[in-house]
Design a protein around this ligand. Structure first.
Ligand code: UTP
Length: 223
Protein backbone atom coordinates (compact mmCIF):
# COMPACT_ATOMS: atom_id res chain seq x y z
CA UNK A 1 0.00 0.00 0.00
CA UNK A 2 1.25 3.49 -0.90
CA UNK A 3 0.20 6.48 1.20
CA UNK A 4 0.88 10.20 0.68
CA UNK A 5 0.45 12.45 3.70
CA UNK A 6 0.36 16.23 3.75
CA UNK A 7 1.62 17.16 7.22
CA UNK A 8 -0.10 20.28 8.47
CA UNK A 9 2.07 23.23 9.38
CA UNK A 10 0.45 22.96 12.84
CA UNK A 11 2.66 19.89 13.50
CA UNK A 12 5.54 22.34 13.81
CA UNK A 13 3.90 24.29 16.66
CA UNK A 14 5.27 21.63 19.01
CA UNK A 15 7.88 20.13 16.71
CA UNK A 16 10.06 17.97 18.97
CA UNK A 17 7.20 16.05 20.55
CA UNK A 18 5.10 15.78 17.38
CA UNK A 19 7.95 14.73 15.07
CA UNK A 20 8.91 11.98 17.50
CA UNK A 21 5.29 10.74 17.76
CA UNK A 22 4.88 10.83 13.99
CA UNK A 23 8.22 9.08 13.40
CA UNK A 24 7.23 6.21 15.70
CA UNK A 25 3.94 5.65 13.84
CA UNK A 26 5.46 5.92 10.34
CA UNK A 27 8.38 3.62 11.26
CA UNK A 28 6.01 0.98 12.66
CA UNK A 29 3.73 1.03 9.61
CA UNK A 30 6.70 0.99 7.23
CA UNK A 31 8.57 -1.85 8.95
CA UNK A 32 5.68 -4.04 10.13
CA UNK A 33 3.02 -3.48 7.47
CA UNK A 34 5.24 -2.69 4.48
CA UNK A 35 3.43 0.61 3.79
CA UNK A 36 5.30 2.98 1.46
CA UNK A 37 5.13 6.70 2.26
CA UNK A 38 5.58 10.07 0.62
CA UNK A 39 5.26 12.86 3.20
CA UNK A 40 4.88 16.57 2.46
CA UNK A 41 5.68 19.08 5.21
CA UNK A 42 3.73 22.33 5.53
CA UNK A 43 5.27 25.65 6.52
CA UNK A 44 3.32 26.50 9.67
CA UNK A 45 3.74 29.65 11.74
CA UNK A 46 7.40 30.12 10.82
CA UNK A 47 6.54 30.32 7.10
CA UNK A 48 3.78 32.83 7.84
CA UNK A 49 6.16 34.92 9.99
CA UNK A 50 8.73 35.06 7.18
CA UNK A 51 6.07 35.83 4.57
CA UNK A 52 4.59 38.68 6.59
CA UNK A 53 8.05 40.15 7.23
CA UNK A 54 8.90 39.88 3.52
CA UNK A 55 5.58 41.49 2.59
CA UNK A 56 6.30 44.45 4.90
CA UNK A 57 9.70 44.79 3.24
CA UNK A 58 8.01 45.00 -0.17
CA UNK A 59 8.67 41.55 -1.63
CA UNK A 60 6.37 40.45 -4.49
CA UNK A 61 3.98 37.48 -4.13
CA UNK A 62 6.10 34.90 -5.97
CA UNK A 63 9.18 35.82 -3.91
CA UNK A 64 7.04 35.45 -0.77
CA UNK A 65 5.94 32.02 -1.99
CA UNK A 66 9.62 31.13 -2.38
CA UNK A 67 10.25 32.14 1.24
CA UNK A 68 7.39 29.82 2.24
CA UNK A 69 8.83 26.99 0.13
CA UNK A 70 12.24 27.40 1.82
CA UNK A 71 10.61 27.00 5.25
CA UNK A 72 8.62 23.91 4.19
CA UNK A 73 11.87 22.32 2.99
CA UNK A 74 13.53 23.07 6.35
CA UNK A 75 10.56 21.44 8.08
CA UNK A 76 10.93 18.43 5.75
CA UNK A 77 14.56 18.09 6.88
CA UNK A 78 13.43 17.86 10.51
CA UNK A 79 11.00 15.06 9.59
CA UNK A 80 13.84 13.24 7.77
CA UNK A 81 15.96 13.60 10.93
CA UNK A 82 13.12 12.11 13.01
CA UNK A 83 12.70 9.12 10.67
CA UNK A 84 16.46 8.38 10.65
CA UNK A 85 17.53 5.52 8.37
CA UNK A 86 14.10 4.73 6.87
CA UNK A 87 14.00 8.18 5.21
CA UNK A 88 15.54 9.18 1.90
CA UNK A 89 18.13 11.75 3.03
CA UNK A 90 17.41 14.54 0.53
CA UNK A 91 14.27 16.67 0.09
CA UNK A 92 13.20 16.32 -3.57
CA UNK A 93 12.78 19.66 -5.34
CA UNK A 94 10.85 18.31 -8.34
CA UNK A 95 8.43 15.49 -9.11
CA UNK A 96 11.22 13.85 -11.14
CA UNK A 97 13.40 13.79 -8.03
CA UNK A 98 10.45 12.36 -6.09
CA UNK A 99 10.29 9.46 -8.59
CA UNK A 100 13.95 8.75 -8.14
CA UNK A 101 13.83 9.01 -4.33
CA UNK A 102 10.69 6.84 -4.08
CA UNK A 103 12.25 4.14 -6.28
CA UNK A 104 14.81 3.50 -3.49
CA UNK A 105 12.01 2.13 -1.28
CA UNK A 106 12.70 4.68 1.48
CA UNK A 107 10.19 7.12 2.97
CA UNK A 108 10.38 10.34 0.93
CA UNK A 109 9.80 13.72 2.58
CA UNK A 110 9.12 16.84 0.51
CA UNK A 111 8.32 20.48 1.09
CA UNK A 112 6.99 22.95 -1.48
CA UNK A 113 7.75 22.97 -5.21
CA UNK A 114 6.69 26.10 -7.12
CA UNK A 115 5.13 29.51 -6.38
CA UNK A 116 1.38 29.97 -6.77
CA UNK A 117 0.25 26.93 -4.82
CA UNK A 118 0.42 25.37 -1.37
CA UNK A 119 1.84 22.13 -0.02
CA UNK A 120 -1.67 20.68 -0.48
CA UNK A 121 -1.08 20.86 -4.22
CA UNK A 122 2.39 19.33 -3.84
CA UNK A 123 0.91 16.46 -1.85
CA UNK A 124 -1.85 15.86 -4.43
CA UNK A 125 0.74 15.87 -7.24
CA UNK A 126 2.99 13.52 -5.24
CA UNK A 127 0.04 11.19 -4.59
CA UNK A 128 -0.72 11.16 -8.30
CA UNK A 129 2.91 10.63 -9.30
CA UNK A 130 3.59 7.64 -7.01
CA UNK A 131 0.09 6.23 -7.63
CA UNK A 132 -0.93 6.42 -3.98
CA UNK A 133 -3.76 4.22 -2.77
CA UNK A 134 -4.57 6.87 -0.19
CA UNK A 135 -3.93 10.59 0.25
CA UNK A 136 -4.23 11.90 3.81
CA UNK A 137 -4.51 15.65 3.91
CA UNK A 138 -3.94 16.66 7.53
CA UNK A 139 -4.90 20.02 8.98
CA UNK A 140 -5.33 21.73 12.36
CA UNK A 141 -9.06 20.91 12.60
CA UNK A 142 -11.01 17.62 12.39
CA UNK A 143 -11.82 17.76 8.67
CA UNK A 144 -13.82 19.88 6.22
CA UNK A 145 -16.51 22.11 7.75
CA UNK A 146 -19.26 24.16 6.10
CA UNK A 147 -17.52 27.29 7.52
CA UNK A 148 -14.31 28.05 9.42
CA UNK A 149 -14.63 26.29 12.81
CA UNK A 150 -11.99 28.59 14.32
CA UNK A 151 -14.36 31.52 13.74
CA UNK A 152 -17.85 29.95 13.89
CA UNK A 153 -18.55 27.63 16.86
CA UNK A 154 -21.64 26.24 15.06
CA UNK A 155 -19.63 25.07 12.00
CA UNK A 156 -20.70 21.60 10.82
CA UNK A 157 -18.12 18.87 10.05
CA UNK A 158 -18.78 16.87 6.85
CA UNK A 159 -18.24 13.09 7.16
CA UNK A 160 -18.24 13.05 3.36
CA UNK A 161 -18.23 15.82 0.79
CA UNK A 162 -18.74 15.58 -2.96
CA UNK A 163 -15.98 17.22 -4.95
CA UNK A 164 -18.45 19.56 -6.68
CA UNK A 165 -19.62 20.81 -3.29
CA UNK A 166 -15.98 21.26 -2.20
CA UNK A 167 -15.24 23.37 -5.28
CA UNK A 168 -18.19 25.63 -4.37
CA UNK A 169 -16.88 26.01 -0.80
CA UNK A 170 -13.49 27.11 -2.16
CA UNK A 171 -14.89 29.55 -4.75
CA UNK A 172 -14.80 32.69 -2.62
CA UNK A 173 -11.41 32.07 -0.99
CA UNK A 174 -8.36 34.23 -1.65
CA UNK A 175 -5.04 32.64 -2.51
CA UNK A 176 -2.05 34.84 -1.63
CA UNK A 177 1.31 33.67 -0.23
CA UNK A 178 0.90 32.19 3.24
CA UNK A 179 -2.90 32.15 3.04
CA UNK A 180 -3.72 29.10 0.91
CA UNK A 181 -6.50 27.50 2.88
CA UNK A 182 -7.73 23.94 3.29
CA UNK A 183 -7.29 22.55 -0.22
CA UNK A 184 -6.09 24.88 -2.97
CA UNK A 185 -7.71 24.72 -6.44
CA UNK A 186 -4.76 22.80 -7.93
CA UNK A 187 -5.01 20.02 -5.35
CA UNK A 188 -8.75 19.66 -5.98
CA UNK A 189 -8.21 19.38 -9.76
CA UNK A 190 -5.49 16.75 -9.31
CA UNK A 191 -7.59 14.68 -6.88
CA UNK A 192 -10.48 14.83 -9.34
CA UNK A 193 -8.59 14.03 -12.53
CA UNK A 194 -6.78 11.04 -11.04
CA UNK A 195 -9.63 9.93 -8.74
CA UNK A 196 -7.33 9.85 -5.72
CA UNK A 197 -8.88 8.54 -2.51
CA UNK A 198 -8.52 11.50 -0.14
CA UNK A 199 -9.34 12.01 3.53
CA UNK A 200 -9.01 15.37 5.32
CA UNK A 201 -8.26 14.90 9.02
CA UNK A 202 -6.58 16.42 12.05
CA UNK A 203 -2.78 16.19 12.06
CA UNK A 204 -2.40 13.65 14.85
CA UNK A 205 -0.18 10.56 14.45
CA UNK A 206 -2.74 8.26 16.13
CA UNK A 207 -5.48 9.45 13.75
CA UNK A 208 -3.13 9.01 10.78
CA UNK A 209 -2.62 5.38 11.80
CA UNK A 210 -6.36 4.88 12.29
CA UNK A 211 -7.10 6.43 8.88
CA UNK A 212 -4.62 4.07 7.17
CA UNK A 213 -5.89 0.96 8.95
CA UNK A 214 -9.63 1.67 9.03
CA UNK A 215 -10.40 4.71 6.86
CA UNK A 216 -13.45 6.52 8.17
CA UNK A 217 -11.61 9.37 9.96
CA UNK A 218 -12.26 13.08 9.32
CA UNK A 219 -13.89 13.96 5.99
CA UNK A 220 -13.86 11.70 2.93
CA UNK A 221 -13.85 13.46 -0.44
CA UNK A 222 -16.25 11.69 -2.79
CA UNK A 223 -15.32 11.91 -6.47
P1 UTP B 1 1.60 25.90 3.17
O1 UTP B 1 0.64 27.04 3.23
O2 UTP B 1 1.23 24.76 2.36
O3 UTP B 1 1.97 25.46 4.63
O4 UTP B 1 3.03 26.43 2.69
P2 UTP B 1 1.04 25.12 5.89
O5 UTP B 1 1.41 26.05 6.97
O6 UTP B 1 1.23 23.72 6.16
O7 UTP B 1 -0.43 25.24 5.49
P3 UTP B 1 -1.60 24.57 6.33
O8 UTP B 1 -1.96 25.63 7.31
O9 UTP B 1 -1.16 23.32 6.99
O10 UTP B 1 -2.61 24.30 5.25
C1 UTP B 1 3.59 27.64 3.17
C2 UTP B 1 3.68 28.68 2.05
O11 UTP B 1 4.71 28.30 1.11
C3 UTP B 1 4.36 28.68 -0.21
C4 UTP B 1 3.00 29.37 -0.10
O12 UTP B 1 3.18 30.76 0.04
C5 UTP B 1 2.43 28.77 1.18
O13 UTP B 1 1.43 29.57 1.77
N1 UTP B 1 4.35 27.47 -1.11
C6 UTP B 1 4.30 26.21 -0.60
C7 UTP B 1 4.44 27.65 -2.48
O14 UTP B 1 4.46 28.77 -2.98
N2 UTP B 1 4.51 26.55 -3.30
C8 UTP B 1 4.48 25.28 -2.82
O15 UTP B 1 4.56 24.32 -3.62
C9 UTP B 1 4.35 25.11 -1.44
Amino acid sequence: MKVTIKLSGSLFNNPFREIRRLSRVITRLYRNEGIRFALVAGGGKIARTYISLGRKLGMDESSLDELGIAVTRLNARLIIAGLRDIAYPKVPSSLEELDLAFSTGKVVVMGGLYPGQSTNAVAALAAERIKSDLFLNTTDVDGIYDKDPNIYPDAKLFKQIRIEELKKLLEDKTFAAGTYELLDPISVRVIERSKIKCLVLKCDPNLIEKAIKMGNVGTTIVI
